[in-house]
Write a protein that binds this ligand. Structure first.
Ligand code: GSH
Length: 371
């Protein structure tokens, strides 16, 4: 019995020893795993840090190619429109030019790709373009869409309706059952129109085309009772109609259409470059810095102005750019006010800036400080 007990004791003690040794090994293994994880997190962090120091893939590719690939409309005066020689202009085009001035030193180094509303997002996510600057409304579902990121607003707009003067309609309250409405496929316009007519219990006939010129031609030829899109679009497209004065834009605005540039998701440095290229144009106007006086502003007493023209601070470094990136934008493209005047006001499209006025002048243009 005693022998049996001592054998049992021996075995148990040895088993305990084996268990303790096993635990020691497991502990060691966990320590190694924890150390490796820390190392991995640190390495990833370094990668992120380096990216913010200018390792943007899109920036690198853009500099290698020598031009910014920008998606625009198929022709919307004031926003993105090509003249007979193929020169693009407009406030949306100026966002692309600003980025080209910042990253390539030359605002003219842009390759424009005209896109319909329907094809615009695929062009961006597939990598055909690197900026979409095409009167595009920032909405939750578009922003949350895998692959898209809105960087700001360069024109605050809303949806409206155009009708023929002779129709007798002067308000949306005059709309009757069976009204036909011309519009573009793949737009917020289509969705707002549906909400609008359905919530008012008005039956309507949507007449939608992919190309904007088809929409304009259809309405102009009398195919629809009303033409609906962003109010800026109505003002712009009206210039293409056979008798612009035969039409009026009704006073009501049925939606919010904050229009702005979009980039592909996944390159946060590129996203920042586009965002701050636009912000710089708006802040330059706020501080009275323009294409004519930008150089002389280097000796300004105001540190905010000095930063904006690259005479103080190192704002470009975070993007992997030199310190004159913002000065080049202002000198070559101008501030937001200059761009608005040149493209939208002086062309007679929308002489009044409305909400697209600086916050300091009663509008809602307000950008975070460039510091
Ligand atoms: N802002 C709206 C509407 C954009 C839109 O495509 N509007 C038409 C009518 S103004 C247009 O851009 N036409 C010019 C074109 O298709 O090239 C959206 O983002 O869905």
């Amino acid at each position: 019995m005693d022998i049996q007990n001592s054998v049992l004791n021996y075995l148990l003690t040895n088993k305990n020893k084996r268990i303790i040794t096993m635990f020691k090994h497991i502990k060691k293994l966990f320590t190694v795993i924890a150390a490796l994880s820390l190392l991995f997190v640190y390495a990833c962090d370094q990668g992120g840090g380096q990216q913010s120091k200018g390792k943007s893939k899109t920036l690198k590719n853009t500099q290698k190619k020598g031009f910014v690939r920008c998606g625009v409309s198929q022709g919307l005066p004031g926003f993105s429109n090509a003249d007979a020689s193929g020169n693009w202009s407009g406030v949306d085009v100026d966002v692309c030019r600003a980025v080209a001035a910042a990253v390539l030193g030359d605002a003219s180094k842009v390759k424009y790709t005209p896109l319909s509303a329907k094809e615009r997002f695929t062009a961006l996510t597939s990598g055909e373009i690197d900026i979409l600057s095409r009167n595009t409304t920032w909405t939750l579902s578009r922003d949350a869409d895998i692959g898209l990121t809105f960087v700001g607003v360069n024109f605050y707009d809303g949806q409206g309706f155009m009708v023929r003067k002779g129709s007798g309609m002067t308000s949306v309250n005059d709309f009757k059952d069976g009204i036909s409405a011309c519009t573009n496929i793949g737009t917020t316009t289509e969705l707002n129109m549906r909400d609008f007519f359905n919530s008012r219990g008005i039956s309507y006939e949507p007449v939608a085309f992919e190309k904007a010129d088809e929409v304009v031609a259809a309405y102009d030829s009398g195919r629809c009772d009303t033409y609906t899109t962003d109010k800026s679009g109505l003002a712009a497209q009206r210039t293409k109609m056979s008798n612009p004065d035969d039409h009026i834009v009704l006073p009501e605005t049925i939606s919010k259409e904050p229009l702005g540039p979009v980039v592909r998701q996944g390159d946060s440095v590129w996203e920042d470059i586009v965002r701050w290229s636009l912000n710089v144009m708006i802040e330059a106007e706020e501080y009275g810095v323009n294409s004519g006086n930008a150089d002389s502003m280097k000796t300004s007493d105001n540190p905010a102005i000095k930063r904006l023209v690259g005479a103080e601070g190192e704002l470009g470094a975070a993007f992997g750019l030199d310190n004159e990136w913002s000065l080049r934008i202002i000198k070559q493209v101008g501030n937001y006010g200059e761009s608005y005047k040149r493209n939208i006001a002086d062309t007679g499209i929308l002489p009044d800036r409305g909400p697209n006025q600086l916050w300091t002048k009663g509008g809602i243009l307000y950008v975070p400080p460039a510091r």
